[in-house]
Design a protein around this ligand. Structure first.
Ligand SMILES: [Fe+2]
Length: 493
């Protein structure tokens, strides 16, 4: 292996027993470049692009209680071409990260603390958080865009070199939420934000040239906590779900998410460039959904797949330290019970139909993004570990036959959100590789694993050893080499 430790960020954090600062969540502070890594198997010559993952790595001793979604964002990227791979990782140099580097300590308290404990005004729907840019990652117009789930600025990096270009220039004043969605067919990026002040939500479209083409307010009844949006070829699907901050406590600036089971879930469907009056609202069974899989149009209906939580506000996590039991509960998918679910919204009649697709507890799913917005046959989900925000395997579903398959990654091996990398020249929807980083706690190392998506039970076709053991984290994505090169050519022209 040719590995070069290019930088080290010195933490000020004291050794501790926080469940999400140890074990597979032990933060990283070294930044590496690596080539010629040890490979078990052979890197296929027909994979071309970059797998990018965001993670949370707290550098400074937190002010009060730490939530793993607030750690400083670090991007891990592995690129493939011509049977070779390169790996890099870098902290995202957000304004907040740089300010704390200068101060030498934390400046912002987290979501579980009262906002007045923050030393400086902050970001986010909540209003006083650090913009950690650590939640989500997507590649648009040839650049990585990293985002923070509570709404932040959005940061751009080169997908191959991880060179940093700073704040996304088009970020609106209210920020952007995690999960802007890319329509690879058109190159458009659909984004949203949400907050505590009217109009409580906005929606927008950025063109393939990375310029904002559309930005509208979305009228909803009050502060809400939407985490994700979906799109079909012609429509965008927004949501107003009955899990939100208790309005009475919010008057005291206390942010406590509650489930209101008497309030229906609401879905706002509008044409991609629709104005506020064009949003059609549909009602459905009350729930919370963290992530949608895909949406498509079927006659008069818009069909939406996602993970329906049966128990959206799970209460206490038995056995956790008392000050962390609520946080631990919200991180345990086996308590939230998200299950594959389908909604059908009839644009003519205004009716909603719902259908459970599987009873397994799954989340963090993906599809072949080349067909996003159109009907997909297959989906790939992460299989969570009971009690923990960790993934022990992947599951594949075939919606045509109803069949499903699963691959367990092995004892004490934890994957990241899988992404689908189509094989160069592929024609079938599942002709490609599932890519994930795996942290192996027994071997004390991490690797990138490629799995044949058409036969996941056969196990990895290739394992590439990374220069260090990396922390678990949140979202990951695949970017096609041909798309990145096309964007670079456009920029150069
Ligand atoms: Fe997410």
């Amino acid at each position: 292996m040719k590995a070069n430790r290019v930088n080290h960020v010195e933490p000020t954090i004291a050794p501790n027993e926080h469940p999400y600062m140890n074990g597979a969540w032990t933060p990283n502070y070294d930044e590496w470049d690596a080539t010629d890594m040890e490979v078990i198997g052979e890197i296929p010559s027909d994979i071309d692009g970059v797998y990018v993952r965001n993670t949370e790595n707290p550098v400074h001793e937190p002010i009060g209680r730490y939530h793993p979604f607030e750690g400083d964002g670090m991007i891990h990227a592995i690129s493939f071409r011509d049977g070779k791979a390169e790996y890099r990782n870098r902290f995202v140099r957000t304004q907040a990260f740089m300010a704390e580097q200068e101060a030498g300590h934390s400046l912002w308290a987290g979501l579980m603390e009262h906002p007045r404990r923050s030393i400086r005004p902050g970001w986010g729907a909540h209003g006083n958080l650090k913009d950690a840019s650590s939640t989500d990652v997507i590649v648009h117009a040839g650049k990585i865009l990293s985002t923070f789930y509570q709404c932040g600025d959005g940061y751009r990096l080169d997908p191959y070199t991880l060179e940093q270009f700073g704040m996304e220039s088009w970020t609106p004043l209210d920020g952007i939420s995690a999960h802007p969605k890319l329509d690879e067919r058109t190159g458009e990026l659909l984004f949203f934000n949400y907050g505590k002040y009217e109009p409580f939500m906005h929606y927008g479209v950025v063109g393939p040239d990375n310029a904002v083409k559309h930005y509208i307010p979305v009228e909803i009844p009050g502060p809400r906590l939407p985490h994700d949006i979906a799109f079909s070829e012609n429509y965008t699907i927004l949501n107003d779900l009955p899990v939100f901050w208790d309005p009475e406590l919010l008057k005291q600036d206390i942010h406590a998410a509650r489930f209101y089971p008497d309030i229906p879930s609401r879905f706002g469907i509008l044409p991609r460039y629709g104005d506020p009056s064009s949003i059609k609202w549909f009602e459905a069974a009350p729930t919370y959904v963290l992530h949608w899989l895909n949406a498509w149009e079927d006659g008069d209906e818009v069909v939406l797949d996602g993970y329906f939580q049966e128990n959206p506000v799970p209460g206490k996590y038995e056995g956790a330290p008392p000050e962390l039991e609520r946080m631990m509960a919200f991180l345990d998918q086996f308590l939230l019970q998200p299950k594959l679910h389908r909604w059908r919204f009839n644009l003519k009649t205004g009716e909603t139909r719902e259908e459970r697709l599987d009873d397994e507890i799954l989340e963090f799913g993906t599809i072949n993004q080349r067909i996003a917005g159109r009907r997909n046959r297959y989906c790939y989900s992460a299989v969570p570990k009971k009690g923990w925000f960790l993934f022990t395997g992947v599951a594949k579903h075939d919606f045509d036959t109803g069949r499903s398959w699963a691959l367990d990654l092995g004892p004490e091996r934890y994957g990241s959100e899988p992404a689908f990398a189509p094989r160069v020249g592929a024609t079938n929807e599942d002709d490609g590789y599932l890519v994930t980083f795996v942290t192996d706690m027994i071997e004390d190392r991490s690797e990138c694993v490629l799995i044949d998506a058409s036969d996941i039970e056969a196990g990895p076709v290739c394992r590439i050893m990374l220069p260090h053991r990396i922390s678990s984290g949140t979202h990951a994505t695949w970017a096609h080499g041909e798309d990145i090169r096309a964007a670079a050519a456009r920029d150069a022209a």
